[in-house]
Every structure is written in structure tokens, then in C-alpha cells.
Design a binder for this molecule. Structure first.
Ligand code: SF4
Ligand code: SF4
Length: 312
């Protein structure tokens, strides 16, 4: 047994968390729990014998910020991006829709990969940045919020593990520019975690899956939804926030997830306006009066009918 085997915790939650990843891929992964200060030995560079081997036959989740960066780089609309480069999928628990990179049907190779390497390297998805470190988020039942933990992905084809360069997990994350991605994806991640803990039992009047996918993938459509509906009459949103949402996609997406969290989990990040609550209450009372009047009308009609019958 290696030192890592002795030290590491095999995550039984792992298979469950990544159930959407094919078993074949998961079987290559050896999860060993790591803190940010723990070290890994790794180096990847053009010219290494396995160069590009990790860019095929793998399911890579596209986070909202991944897609934002890639769309900007490729200068394509959300619809074109999803059509050309993404494959829809669903997280096993919580039933939330996500997008994966659409690998080539024949070769299994990532559409951004060439023999020279990644063509979108500066804007590559966060999963590619972390690699060979993976990140999982554990929900702590007893506490608010969440904590992240990392694990080492050791695939037999990856020769980078045989190199001598030593990194702490924290230094690796920093070197790969992962922190900005994690902070931009925070709202998205929180909903996934909370939804997973709450299961599918969270009931709302909204088609949550559709909204979650729209916030994750399509800022122009989300903007239309907020600005071309009665949304701001119903929810309290500071003028300043509204202004930012008009042309800043990051602010728009952040607000979108904050609003979804409020709807799903009632954490009041985005509050319903007092006057909207009063209006809804007034509408409810009017409706109640109308229903009662309708019931009375029907009862009276039935009684009149019965009376007529008796007279005969
Ligand atoms: S398989 Fe490992 S070492 Fe080889 S290119 Fe991919 S990350 Fe780098
Ligand atoms: S995005 Fe780049 S790094 Fe990630 S799998 Fe595709 S080619 Fe490889």
C-alpha cells in the first residue's frame, strides 16, 4: 500500500457525486483527500510523452463562468456555443441541468484540443485548471455554508505524476488561476449543494430546472427575463444593482443565482417588495370573495331547481 493509500480517505460520496461520469472514467480516478497545504508532485508541459492524453474521453462540466469566458473568447452567442460545444446532462442528485463539453463523437477528443495543445488555454474551464487536482464540496449538515476539499486524480496515462515538481494544493490552484473561477461560480455551486442535500422535495411555483439552466448558460435571455417582465415590480432590487445587470454579465449571473437561492431555499437574498406582497394579498382576497360568491350562486341555483321540482 502506498503512503497515499494509507493517508487518503476513499470517498464513498465520490461515486454518488460523479454518477453522471461513466464508470470507465471513474475507475481510473483514485480519490485521495487533500487539504490546501498538502503537497503533490506534478508537472505538465508540451513534449511530455502523454501530452493531450487527458483531453479526450472525459466528461468535463462547464460552469457558468467557464461558459462566459469561452463565449467571449470565441465571440459566439450562448445558443451557438451550446449547440457547437456543449452536451446537456443532469446532476444525479437534485436533478439540476448542467452542460458538459461535447467531445468529438468519433475520436472522443475535446473540440478545443489540437496536437499543439489547448486552443483556449487562457480561458480553459476550471476543471482543466484543477487537473490533476479535483475539487469536491461537502455539505456540512450542522453548519451554514460549505467547505471545499480536494483530491488527487491519478490516471495511469498521466505521466506528470512522475515529475519532481512539488506543489501545495493551494499553490497549484493559484498557479492555475482557479480562485477567480470558484468565486464567480459560488452561487451556482451553492445551489447544487443545497439542492443535493434537500433532494427533489423543494417545491416552488417555478420551473426551477429551466431557470437554473438559463442563469447558467444564457445571460441575454436572463436579462430579457428580468428587464422585460414585471420582475422589478415584484422584487426589491437596488437601482445600482439593476444598472450593473444591464451590461455586466457577471453581475447579472450572480444576481440570478442569488434570486434562485431565495426562491428555492427562502434565504431572503432577494426580497419580494412589500407593495407586491400587499397587492398579492389584495388579489387573493378579491379572488376569495369571487369564489364564495360563485359558490353561493351555484347553491342558490341548485336550491331553486329543487324547489321547482317539489312544486310539480
Ligand atoms: S496526461 Fe497529465 S501530464 Fe499528460 S498532458 Fe495531460 S495533464 Fe499533462
Ligand atoms: S478545454 Fe483545453 S485543457 Fe480542457 S480538455 Fe479541452 S483542450 Fe484540454
Amino acid at each position: 500500500m502506498s503512503d497515499q493509500d494509507k493517508k487518503g480517505t476513499t470517498m464513498d460520496a465520490f461515486d454518488e457525486e460523479y454518477a453522471f461520469v461513466s464508470r470507465e472514467v471513474r475507475n481510473f480516478i483514485k480519490p485521495v483527500r487533500l487539504g490546501r497545504k498538502e503537497t503533490i508532485k506534478f508537472r505538465c508541459y508540451p513534449g511530455i510523452s502523454c501530452f493531450n492524453a487527458c483531453c479526450k474521453d472525459i466528461d468535463i462540466i462547464l460552469t457558468p463562468y467557464d461558459m462566459l469566458r469561452l463565449r467571449k473568447r470565441l465571440d459566439v452567442t450562448p445558443e451557438a456555443f451550446l449547440y457547437r460545444y456543449a452536451k446537456p446532462s443532469t446532476l444525479a442528485k437534485g436533478q439540476l441541468p448542467i452542460a458538459l463539453i461535447k467531445m468529438d463523437k468519433e475520436t472522443g477528443i475535446c473540440p478545443f484540443n489540437t496536437p499543439e495543445g489547448c486552443t483556449v488555454y487562457d480561458d480553459r474551464p476550471v476543471a482543466c485548471r484543477y487537473y490533476p487536482v479535483g475539487m469536491a464540496l461537502m455539505h456540512k449538515q450542522a453548519e451554514e455554508g460549505h467547505e471545499d476539499f480536494h483530491f488527487l486524480i491519478k490516471e495511469t496515462f498521466c505521466k506528470g505524476h512522475a515529475e519532481e515538481n512539488l506543489w501545495t494544493v493551494g499553490a497549484w490552484r493559484e498557479d492555475q488561476g482557479a480562485d477567480v473561477y470558484d468565486s464567480q461560480n459560488n452561487g451556482w455551486m451553492e445551489i447544487i449543494i443545497k439542492r443535493r442535500s434537500a433532494g427533489d422535495g423543494v417545491a416552488t411555483g417555478l420551473p426551477i430546472s429551466e431557470f437554473f439552466y438559463m442563469v447558467s448558460t444564457n445571460p441575454p435571455e436572463l436579462r430579457r427575463f428580468f428587464f422585460e417582465s414585471s420582475f422589478f415590480k415584484r422584487y426589491e432590487v437596488a437601482e445600482e444593482t439593476q444598472e450593473m445587470m444591464k451590461d455586466d454579465d457577471e453581475a447579472l449571473i450572480e444576481f440570478g443565482f442569488a434570486w434562485l437561492k431565495s426562491v428555492l431555499f427562502g434565504d431572503r437574498h432577494v426580497k419580494v417588495r412589500e407593495d407586491a406582497i400587499k397587492e398579492a394579498e389584495a388579489r387573493r382576497k378579491i379572488r376569495e370573495v369571487e369564489i364564495k360568491a360563485e359558490l353561493k350562486r351555484r347553491i342558490d341555483a341548485e336550491a331553486a331547481k329543487a324547489e321547482k321540482k317539489d312544486d310539480k
